[in-house]
Design a protein around this ligand. Structure first.
Ligand SMILES: *[C@@H]1O[C@H](CO)[C@@H](O)[C@H](O)[C@H]1NC(C)=O
Ligand SMILES: *[C@@H]1O[C@H](CO)[C@@H](O)[C@H](O)[C@H]1NC(C)=O
Ligand SMILES: *[C@@H]1O[C@H](CO)[C@@H](O)[C@H](O)[C@H]1NC(C)=O
Ligand SMILES: *[C@@H]1O[C@H](CO)[C@@H](O)[C@H](O)[C@H]1NC(C)=O
Ligand SMILES: *[C@@H]1O[C@H](CO)[C@@H](O)[C@H](O)[C@H]1NC(C)=O
Ligand SMILES: *[C@@H]1O[C@H](CO)[C@@H](O)[C@H](O)[C@H]1NC(C)=O
Length: 345
């Protein structure tokens, strides 16, 4: 069975016991608009927004990274194809316009991965502009450079910034059930977090444990937290951390459970905007009250089939717009969608 259909099937069983409370928590919903739809058979995985508003998006049915303008009926330009790999997973920006991506070999059909095939690459979008215009500025550097190989790692999926100051990223291994820390300047990496909420576990809606991983520390909070989703366990977790090395500085705490989660981001108030692959929804979750609302999609929706990640726009005109990648749920082609959160009451 196609894995995405399989996971949607299982997740609908998990969700059926929750459907009443979910219906009560349905907020006014944002309209789903299409930025771009990829050819049928494309599975989209992740996205990041550049400071100029453009969208960088990854797919896992080819080793490709795309650039899209952030509006309805846009187009997609191939930025880079990572020869020798099959997939591109997480994307994160560290310094301005300096992105990092995860590549490796995996099959979305069989949901298997090749241990040791995983690498992190730096994608310098300022040099990309030069490479497109033919202006090399006397520089021989290419805009794509390998940062590190992960010879013992089963899988690298979600990517997040741990510390901009220290050049540290978090990278989630959903099969190894752990979160790695990578120093992008030295290439050194290690397993920093491996606990009962990062490993694949009950109810095992998929074999994927920890998936999305992002740090939240606004100016008004003393404690930096890592948030992570665990797809198999259908939970979102937060845990205090040491910014110096990414290890735990306190106990993990479940923020949400009962939803088969993929990647997520934060809004300006610190709510989590969460892609739910199991029910084709995007949720807004208040991590303090643990209340949540469905802000777009529904279990039988094809407009939001298999939402895999969410990011907010970065222009004055689209800072309240959530951009969402779809894996398609095995039913429809991968796509980038946009949701106007400013229309929510
Ligand atoms: C897209 O692919 C799926 C899965 O192979 C198939 O069921 C569907 O009919 C295709 N849709 C179109 C528009 O070709
Ligand atoms: C987008 O494309 C669709 C289909 O071609 C069309 O109906 C719609 O008017 C377009 N919307 C905008 C804002 O261009
Ligand atoms: C990834 O798979 C491709 C074939 O699709 C193969 O050529 C390549 O050697 C593999 N890379 C690794 C690191 O396993
Ligand atoms: C995480 O811990 C589990 C259980 O202790 C272990 O089986 C697994 O290998 C560890 N993962 C990594 C990547 O170290
Ligand atoms: C991580 O950093 C904290 C705070 O500096 C320190 O207490 C802890 O020992 C470090 N852990 C490791 C494994 O280095
Ligand atoms: C979704 O579709 C299934 C199968 O057709 C149906 O049983 C279920 O009631 C639908 N759920 C909603 C919320 O519409």
């Amino acid at each position: 069975m196609h894995w995405t259909l399989f996971t949607v099937f299982l997740a609908s069983i998990v969700r059926s016991t929750l459907s009443m409370s979910v219906l009560e928590r349905r907020a006014s919903e944002a309209t789903v608009q299409t930025v771009y739809t990829f050819p049928n058979g494309t599975v989209m995985e992740n996205l990041a927004i550049r400071s100029n508003g453009q969208i960088l998006a990854s797919i896992i049915t080819a080793p490709q990274l795309y650039l899209l303008d952030p509006h309805v009926n846009s187009s997609a330009v191939l930025v880079h194809s990572f020869d020798g790999y099959e997939c591109v997973f997480g994307i994160a920006e560290l310094e301005e316009d300096q992105f990092y991506v995860l590549t490796g070999n995996a099959s979305a059909e069989t949901l298997t991965t090749v241990t040791g095939s995983w690498s992190t690459w730096k994608v310098d979008m300022t040099l990309y502009a030069d490479s497109v215009s033919g202006n090399v500025k006397g520089s021989s550097r290419t805009f794509v450079e390998k940062v590190a190989d992960f010879p013992d790692t089963q899988f690298l999926n979600g990517l997040g910034v741990l510390s901009k100051e220290n050049g540290l990223l978090y990278a989630a291994d959903p099969f190894g059930g752990a979160i790695n820390v990578l120093n992008v300047y030295t290439g050194l990496h290690y397993v920093a977090i491996n606990n009962s909420y990062t490993i694949p576990g009950e109810p095992f809606t998929t074999p994927l444990g920890v998936n999305g991983v992002h740090v939240w520390q606004p100016s008004w909070e003393d404690t930096p937290y890592v948030f992570y989703s665990n797809t198999a366990q259908s939970i979102l977790v937060r845990m205090p951390i040491h910014l110096s090395n990414g290890t735990a500085a306190g106990d993990p705490e479940i923020v949400l459970s009962g939803f088969e989660l993929d990647d997520f981001t934060f809004d300006y108030e610190g709510n989590v905007l969460q892609a739910v692959i199991g029910s084709n929804e995007v949720l807004r979750i208040n991590p303090h009250t643990k209340q949540y609302a469905v802000i777009a999609g529904s279990v039988n929706s094809t407009a939001l089939a298999g939402p895999s990640s969410v990011q907010l726009g970065r222009l004055a005109s689209d800072k309240d717009v959530a951009f969402v990648t779809l894996n398609g749920g095995g039913k429809v082609p991968g796509a980038v969608k946009m949701l106007d959160l400013g229309s929510l009451v």
